[in-house]
Design a protein around this ligand. Structure first.
Ligand code: ZN
Length: 104
């Protein structure tokens, strides 16, 4: 990530890590004039995550040999940065509830 960028005011904004945006940890640039520029890719990801959190997914199980396979929708795996080979924690909460935690 580049260390500085030109602010709209004409001064140079410095790169900063661990800024807060909607309760998310985010990097970006801050200028001495008070202007803040967030990392645009991470902002996009946070907005998409917030959108996906409001919906539920109805998934169909498939099967390979004796194991049932759950297919995670691409938009979910993209926003969570999950890919083949990733480990997740699988917790059986009750007969009607399963929780899957991505391990990062
Ligand atoms: Zn500025």
């Amino acid at each position: 990530m580049k260390k500085e960028m030109r602010c709209a005011c004409g001064k140079t904004a410095e790169y900063v890590e661990h800024m807060k945006f909607n309760n998310n940890d985010l990097d970006g640039w801050r200028c001495s004039c008070g202007e803040v520029y967030y990392n645009p890719q991470k902002v996009e990801r946070i907005l998409l995550l917030n959108k996906l959190k409001k919906q539920s997914f109805r998934l169909r199980l498939s099967q390979v040999r004796s194991n049932l396979i759950l297919r995670i929708p691409k938009e979910v795996s993209d926003v969570l940065d999950l890919h083949k080979g990733c480990e997740v924690e699988f917790i059986l909460k009750d007969r009607d509830k399963i929780v899957i935690h991505p391990i990062t």
